[in-house]
Design a protein around this ligand. Sequence first.
Ligand code: ADP
Length: 720
Amino acid sequence: MSRIASVLLPLPLPEAFDYEAPDGLELAVGDQVAAPLGGRLVTGVVTGLREGAGGNRPLKLLAGRLDAPPLSPSTLEFVQWAARYAADVAGLPLAIALRGARAPPPRPDRMAMATGRLPTRSTPARIRVLEAAAAGPAMPADLARRAEVSAAVVRALIDDGALELRFAPPPEPFGPPDLDLPAPPLNASQAAAAAALKAMIAEGGFQAALLDGVTGSGKTEVYLEAVRAALAADPAAQVLVLLPEIALTQALIARVTERFGGAPGEWHSGVAPPQRRQVWDAVAEGRCRIVVGARSALFLPFRRLSLVVVDEEHDTSFKQEDGFIYQARDLAVVRAKIENASVILASATPSLESLRNAETGRYRWLRLSDRHGEARLPDIRLVDLRQTPPDAGRWISPPLAEAMAETLAAGEQTLLFLNRRGYAPLVLCRACGQKLTAPDTDSWLVEHRYTNRLVCHLTGFSMPRPAHCPHCGAADSLVSIGPGVERLEEEARLLFPEARIAVFSSDTVRSAADARTLVETMEAGGIDILVATQAAAKGHNFPNLTLVGVIDADLGLRGGDLRAAERTFQLLAQATGRAGRRDRPGRALIQTWAPDHPVMQALRAQDRDAFVRTELDEREIAGLPPFGRLAAVIVSGRDPDALEAFVREMAASAPNAEGVEVYGPADAPLALVRGRRRKRFLVRADRQVDLSGYMGAWRARVKPRGSVRVTVDIDPYSFF
Ligand code: ADP
């Protein structure tokens, strides 16, 4: 008999492995351990301990326990729940949960500290620095920022002997939040919503609320009140606020820092590994009490999570599409349930799923129907492109150009919204008619002029724009078809040569710092016309922005998938909602070829409820989410015959179950990606069916061979 530890490894393996625990090693569930695997040591997490014999083969001996915080039992439970939900192996969500644990810790660095000697000359700036330094060692740059002086002042104090530089570990970044700082007084409807949220938190246990308020109604102010209440209710309580975009985290971090007197933990792919490690350890040890992050923050090892806020909850960026596939909004509700915590979903355009949950009473429904203060919702007008089209090769219609000229003349700002990166979405050869596509992938190459390359947005493949057609060899025959934001910028410059124009897309804004700079320039009035993809069309408040022009409102409707109408409505309502903050009235012009489409009519009339009603009714008749469940299976492989044989076998082994329909296999709309052919199944199930269980059982019946891979996507958002 010996002690056996089940260890889950952060790898795509089907189950936890058993190891023998060395004598004398103290172990508990949740501990991080070093486990030998195929000749190397892997960090894993103990999921179970028992006494027993190892079976026929001796078990491998654990190499030891890491000197690192354990995963809380609820974190572990969440990881296992998420895996079952996704019909996937638990090692994948565990890898997300351990991402910060395995990052290198910050190294000791040169810190400035006070020597106690007075400077030879005292100026107000120098005194501010010395006051800031009294709080403890700090990086010189941080000290300068805290004292609001230039780096030169800090340097001068070092030269002068009043400060010295010494190697020291970086200071603990997360102080306790200050819960007594003044907050702006809430208006009556905000106060009512905040009171309801506070009552929910005071009641305790798992609770969910939908904070449904028009753009600019002050949802952030309201949920920050709830955050304060949750932190005040329990000195160990932790709060997580999830946002869909890194660009949005920056604005919220600034607001949280001001509101609670210190920076929250920041968690997204742009955070450098040492800072991640700091956040991870501090969250696991309960020192970091507020986290603002993107979807993967949901997997942080919270010790006492008492409130989760999902802001812009409708945003499809919450759906993670590669690797471990999950919908962070849905998993946020699950995590809250496991933690016995509250969850607040906030949006001006909630998802139909959440609206349905509010309608049926599963979520409390808190509505804010007016903008705060003097601000009013913008006037929305449809521009019928059939009647007032732009000139050939142009995309700004005469009515929009006129409105832009007026806005410019009034010294106000315009946002041109086009959800397309690059210069042109398609390049074709005038001589042979071929459309340029990526090698090995069924998708058009997008022209980028800033870099002069053709890029596949699906795989990242890129090549210089060729001088000759790669198909027929003709010279100077390639033409750029359609607009992207770069081309729109070009047109705006032609129309308004004197205007200050900037582009906000994931190509021009590559980091959180870039986003902050651009947003600050816009807020300060340093930009007249901002040409933007969805990266800038949501969440931000630009006080002097009074005109939003939507260039191609029909773009998102063309795919025709389940959520096309819903997504288009949300995106355009958000984009047009950027216009008219504070006391300046705003307007939005939506260019469309289909002004009679229900989405366009609902946007024009600002009648979200009518749109939602029609959409929900249609979904109910078809048994589609939120009334039924969907799952997709993508099967891919390099060898077409082997793939064909495998999907047949898979079709034959689909379990029979009541209330489940399996469609396919069929060629996926993107039938070739990176040289792999793709087939898909679509599964529809009634609401009460355990679709995750069904998909897990199906998956277990088949064994992919050779290059064949199976991906299961529960509740798919993309149908490629
Ligand atoms: P939402 O999240 O609903 O779009 P925000 O919380 O960002 O709205 O608020 C929009 C703007 O109005 C922000 O600039 C915010 O500071 C301001 N605001 C909202 N409520 C108040 C309030 N009660 N007092 C002062 N300013 C407010």
